[in-house]
Design a protein. Structure first.
Length: 479
């Protein structure tokens, strides 16, 4: 009898909990399900699906070295997964399916349905904690609830990690060849157009590339992370999110790399390392929120009373934001970065999200969806968390009366306009002052091919403040 590892968002052989468990238990086959219908309903970006497919090809090579064949099956929607996997288990005489746990509502329902279907066939289904450092439900308040505030979550997380640091697992030994052929990996899936070669080149695939990126970041940029992380023109952040989301890299590998560089210290030593570890914990926090408050999986506001915000319907303004035609250079440069690379710098994600939800007063769900449709690192937990933070509808959200001014943010975080000049060459000739607000340019330097600001910042700020001010306050103790 064989073991089956069902790969999902854990596309690696190193430090992979389910793979190690399966290989210890017996001869192993691997499977990946192509689910384009489900991916479409989740708004997964074509560049993300392309990244997965390219990583699957790398994974297949890694598995070959372990003599583990990788099969590809089609389950259009996850509701088809139980039947497809049941068929495969019968065909290949599988006694046990092992997976690494995923935390969204649909993922949880899918796994429950698969486990039930397999149980009826006498096939065991085992789910492992792998995607996170800390098991959701293990970091709770004194009264047993999930934390709603990051700083409190972080404090308890640090204590827990210092007591019991999860270690990285060794690469399994190759098994004896099974004589089963691997399937070929498709290079494209209908409905998900391959992104440009230039975009693909930015995101080399496979574990070796991911580990090289991690090591390069830790060696060259980690120490300065606290000072550089908000400057979009600098290579100050790791750009590892896509690898973490696809599971080409594990959070344990990231944490250990940072700790190695910081003499094992979590909260002391290099400020850069401490700040970066903190970001890894934001990733944990939002995944725990997804489990503790399943309404966020259904795109409901975390703070229920904010469902009453009078969001504006303005398809024209939404399109201008999406296409980088707002007339605010930092916003437009950021949106062009997203469209061209599948990624956007974290500071800019906050700035553009706040502009959409506050200055344009457009529903955060529109921005959340657009981001998912274009991000190579699109992740329900982090994306929803980031959007609800920016819209002041989320757990630990920015207070509704604190709005970023996109021009001030631009002056502060891209002072010489390097980032803007890169993405908006039509503004490259402007000086360091005017580049942030070209509408201030007199006729002498007129910028003809760049739009005027689409809103008045002061008036739109007042509109947002009054929209939020008029919400009835939540009952004490409620969010
Ligand atoms: C509106 C909005 C939407 C976002 N959508 C996503 C998303 O879909 N997928 C995603 O992975 N991140 C998302 N983020 C979080 C963050 O912007 C990205 O994780 C980060 O920019 C990725 O770049 P990096 O790998 O260089 O990060 P680094 O600064 O090097 O951080 C290291 C890792 O920590 C994690 N991380 C960092 N910041 C956050 C954060 N605020 N929340 C959760 N995890 C974090 C990521 O896994 C990241 O790779 C969003 C943030 C906002 C404000």
């Amino acid at each position: 009898m064989h073991q089956l590892i069902w790969f999902r968002t854990d596309l690696r052989v190193r430090d992979n909990t389910a793979l190690c468990a399966a290989m210890q238990a017996g001869p192993v086959l691997a499977v990946f399900l192509l689910s384009p219908g489900q991916w479409r309903s989740h708004d997964d970006a074509p560049c993300k699906i392309n990244f997965w497919l390219r990583n699957l090809a790398s994974l297949q090579k890694e598995l070959q070295a372990l003599n583990v064949p990788l099969l590809i099956r089609h389950a259009e929607h996850w509701s088809d997964a139980p039947a497809v996997l049941a068929g495969l288990c019968q065909e290949q005489k599988i006694s046990k399916v092992q997976v690494n746990q995923e935390y969204g509502l649909n993922e949880t329902r899918r796994d429950r349905a698969v486990a039930q279907r397999l149980a009826a066939l006498g096939v065991d289904f085992t789910s492992h904690m792998d995607h996170l450092l800390l098991r959701p439900g293990s970091i709770l308040t004194r009264t047993g609830g999930y934390f709603r505030v990051f700083s409190q979550f972080r404090k308890v997380s640090y204590q827990r990690l210092q007591l019991a640091l999860p270690s990285c697992l060794a690469l399994p030994e190759p098994q004896a060849p099974l004589g089963i052929e691997s399937d070929s990996i498709p290079t494209a899936v209908p409905g998900f157009a391959a992104p440009s070669v230039a975009l693909q080149a930015l995101w080399p695939t496979g574990e070796a590339a991911a580990l090289e990126r991690l090591d390069g970041f830790v060696d060259q940029h980690l120490d300065a992370y606290d000072r550089q992380r908000d400057l979009p023109a600098q290579p100050g952040t790791s750009q590892l999110s896509a690898y973490l989301v696809a599971g080409v890299l594990s959070p344990r590998q990231c944490l250990h790399a940072a700790l190695r560089n910081n003499r094992g210290e979590f909260e002391t030593g290099s400020k850069g390392a401490v700040t970066w570890i903190n970001e890894l914990l934001w990733r944990e926090f939002y995944s725990h929120i997804l489990v503790g408050f399943p309404q966020v999986s259904r795109h409901r506001a975390f703070r229920e009373h904010t469902e009453a915000v009078p969001w504006r319907q303005s398809p024209g303004e939404l399109a201008a934001w999406q296409e980088g035609r707002t007339g605010f250079p930092l916003i437009d440069a950021a949106m062009r970065q997203l469209l061209a690379t599948g990624w956007m710098h974290n500071r800019l994600r906050m700035v553009v999200a706040m502009f959409l939800t506050k200055n344009l007063l457009i529903d955060w769900r529109e921005g959340e969806r657009f981001f998912m449709q274009h991000l190579i690192d699109g992740d329900l937990a982090a994306n929803n968390g980031g959007w609800q933070w920016s819209a002041s509808t989320g757990t630990d959200a920015v207070p509704w009366f604190r709005l970023f001014n996109p021009i001030t943010q631009s002056q502060r975080f891209d002072p010489q306009g390097h980032f803007i000049r890169h993405w908006l060459p039509e503004l490259a000739h402007l000086d360091d002052r005017l580049i942030h607000a070209p509408s201030a340019v007199g006729s002498l330097f007129a910028v003809t091919d760049y739009p005027a600001p689409m809103v008045d910042l002061a008036a739109s700020r007042e509109r947002a403040l009054s929209a939020f001010k008029n919400l009835s306050a939540p009952e004490p103790g409620h969010v």
